[in-house]
Design a protein around this ligand. Structure first.
Ligand code: VGL
Ligand code: ZN
Length: 217
């Protein structure tokens, strides 16, 4: 893990992005991330150090194009071409308003000023908190952060190799100094996806830090 060389998290201009800490991604949920609940106390402790906290929620309509159940003959974790490219198919998860789409009950959410909901278009997935999988439709998050004077983002949550990585890559591409807090994330890890995501993030200049290093900063 890289040594910590980022601005202090409580500096004006930094935001914590908490990605998809929702019941369906927690063990027992529809698309459980192994050990996913372990991030909750870590994130709760970190959040108090940030003036700006943004939460995201995966927020799909029933029958969403990313669900295997929407494609006859397809099973979860298989892939299929959609109009914007190859899509990994998932079990039904994070259906708008369902208990699985709610935040983990122990996640402290009061301090957050913005909740971004993504994946709402029935035909388009969105791992990223910034840009949907068609790579054209913006969530507006980059503009929000810029208008709030933020130039540095720290990401944590679920899952490292999907929504956290895609959000981090888009944050970096949008011009933000970008760090992921590795021990405040957990991965799905499908066919080497975690190693691939970490490699790509490093290549793109995304910093990888630990929560402990941030606590000391
Ligand atoms: C996610 C797969 C499908 C995530 C969301 O939050 O990483 N992964 N939808
Ligand atoms: Zn999803």
């Amino acid at each position: 893990m890289a040594t910590f060389d980022a601005p202090a998290p409580n500096a004006i201009g930094s935001a914590l992005l908490v990605i998809d800490v929702q019941n369906d991604f927690i063990p027992g949920g529809a698309l459980a991330v192994p050990d996913g609940d372990a991030v909750v106390p870590v994130i709760n402790a970190l959040a108090g150090r940030f003036e700006h906290v943004v939460l995201t929620q995966d927020w799909h309509p029933a029958g969403h194009a990313s669900f295997a159940s929407s494609h006859p003959g397809k099973r979860p974790f298989e892939r299929t071409p959609l109009f914007y490219g190859e899509q990994t198919l998932w079990p039904d998860h994070c259906i708008q308003g369902s208990p699985g789409a709610a935040f983990h009950p122990a996640l402290r959410t009061d301090h957050a000023q913005l909740i971004v909901r993504k994946g709402c278009n029935p035909a388009i997935d969105s791992y990223s908190a910034f840009l949907e999988a068609d790579r054209r439709t913006s969530t507006g998050l980059a503009g929000y952060l810029r208008e709030r004077g933020i130039d540095t983002v720290y990401l944590c949550g679920l899952a490292t190799d999907f929504c956290v990585a895609w959000s981090a890559l888009d944050a970096k591409a949008a011009g933000f100094h970008t760090f992921i807090i590795e021990d405040a994330c957990r991965a799905i890890d499908l066919e080497g996806s975690l190693e691939a995501a970490l490699q790509t993030m490093k290549e793109q200049g995304i910093g990888i830090v630990s929560a402990a290093a941030l606590e000391r900063a």
